[in-house]
Design a binder for this molecule. Structure first.
Ligand SMILES: *Cc1c(COP(=O)(O)O)cnc(C)c1O
Length: 431
């Protein structure tokens, strides 16, 4: 780290050349390739608290934190100890374990809408399964989702997806059947009239949303919008499904539903719940969850679901997340979010900041961003230049306008200061 340092990248460059021959685009998930900011990816050697070290020995303040799971930091000692002990006792059994019961109890205790839990290995699987359950429970096929929201790479849910789809400018994807696409109705976020109209016209099984969308950058709901969704879905006989894969255990102990006091019928969890190992879950009302096999007739399964290492990492992480942790995260996120917005203002760069506990975005847009259309209207070239400049100064931020920064419990005030100093520098050059 250090201001103004130009970092070397010869080993990353060499690995990337090999990777391009062996893996599509050289990566195992598109956003890692950093194409949106016009540079090559950085290959990571290790993580240390809130910092990353790359294969060339450069050190960065990490604001990506594996895109959310690492709320407790890289290689957090309790997590490492617990996972190591779990590995010694056997890495997978395909039979139930005590840790799964403990983790389910922790989820039920924290998340208001969770009466029962089913674990999966990825958020994608959890959202696919929650939708299957919603369809079974209502006898309806269609699903209403919001433009710019991302719910994993489930075929039918790729329409107008945020995150990597937005980053690569892909509106949906070839390979999704017309029938699957036709079952997805897309509405603009914060558009009450649009939701009312779609509910009336399409009679969907569910309205699926990220309660605090963070895959088009962070775009908070307008005052009362989530409550409106609750009332409108109930009136229309549709289920309300909150995808809290990012917000769960991050914006509050029980996620956005806890913070906003709006109870969904089903909740999708991921990222933090696995503490950096592959785990996710769907949860909800007992009468709905008891439709899932083998209690009920809705089939869903997984060889590594509730895996001992992942449940150990998830439990160890959740146990670190007490009231003091959320207070710290709140203060840290505000100082980062406010600081970035002030740095832009100071430099005369058109930008607006968005932040909540554990999530931050700097939009290169003068007007506040309320929808995916607003997010897409940002100056993406300015964002890309900002991001390249920050990386050169040892700040590893999300390499896309359509993603959030992920403050963690191990980011210090010094990490924030260093980041803001770099931001003032880079924004000054951009202006
Ligand atoms: C990351 C994410 C997913 C997908 O989770 P994976 O584990 O990557 O499959 C789903 N929904 C939201 C809101 C996400 O951010």
């Amino acid at each position: 780290m250090g201001s103004g340092a130009r970092l070397t990248a010869s080993r990353s460059a060499e690995l990337y050349q090999r990777a391009l021959e062996l893996m599509p685009g050289g990566v195992n998930s598109p956003v890692r390739a950093m194409r949106a900011i016009g540079r090559d990816p950085i290959f990571v050697a290790r993580g240390d608290g809130a910092e990353l070290v790359d294969v060339d020995g450069n050190r960065y303040v990490d604001w990506v934190m594996s895109w959310g799971p690492l709320i407790a930091g890289h290689a957090q000692p309790d997590v490492v100890t617990t996972v190591t002990a779990a590995a010694r006792a056997g890495t997978s059994f395909g039979a139930p374990t005590r840790a799964e019961v403990d983790l389910a109890a922790e989820v039920v205790q924290r998340v208001p809408g969770a009466e029962m839990v089913r674990m999966t290995s990825s958020g994608t699987e959890a959202s696919m399964s929650a939708i299957r359950l919603a369809r079974a429970a209502t006898g309806r096929d269609r699903v209403l989702k919001f433009a710019g929201a991302y719910h994993g790479h489930v075929d039918g849910l790729l329409a107008d997806g945020g995150s990597g789809l937005a980053t690569q400018g892909i509106p949906a994807s070839p390979g999704v059947t017309a029938a699957q696409a036709a079952d997805t109705i897309v509405v603009a976020w914060n558009d009450r009239a649009g939701v009312e109209r779609a509910l009336g016209e399409h009679e969907p099984a569910a309205v699926l949303c990220e309660p605090y969308p963070a895959n088009m950058g962070l775009v908070l709901p307008d005052e009362g919008f989530l409550r409106f969704l609750r009332e409108a879905t109930t009136a229309a006989g549709a289920l309300l499904v909150f995808d809290e894969v990012i917000t769960g255990f991050r914006v509050a102990a029980g996620g956005a539903q806890d913070r906003e006091r709006v109870m969904p019928d089903l909740t999708i969890l991921g990222k933090v719940i696995g503490g950096g190992l592959p785990a996710a879950a769907y949860a909800g009302r007992r009468d709905l969850m008891e439709r899932v096999a083998p209690a009920g007739d809705v089939y869903q399964a997984g060889t590594l679901s509730g895996n001992p290492l992942a449940t150990a990492a998830g439990l160890a992480t959740l146990r670190l997340l007490d009231a003091a942790a959320y207070e710290r995260l709140e203060v840290l996120s505000r100082s980062l979010g406010q600081g970035l917005a002030e740095a832009a203002r100071g430099a005369g760069v058109e930008a607006s900041g968005a932040w909540t506990t554990g999530l931050v975005t700097l939009f290169f847009s003068r007007a506040p961003v309320r929808s995916y259309a607003d997010a897409r209207a940002c100056d993406l070239d300015a964002h890309a230049a900002f991001c390249r400049g920050m990386l050169d100064r040892g700040v590893y931020m999300p390499p896309s306008q359509f993603e959030a920064w992920f403050p963690s419990l191990v980011h210090s005030d010094a990490h924030v200061d260093l980041t803001l100093e770099a931001a003032r520098d880079v924004l000054g050059e951009l202006a």
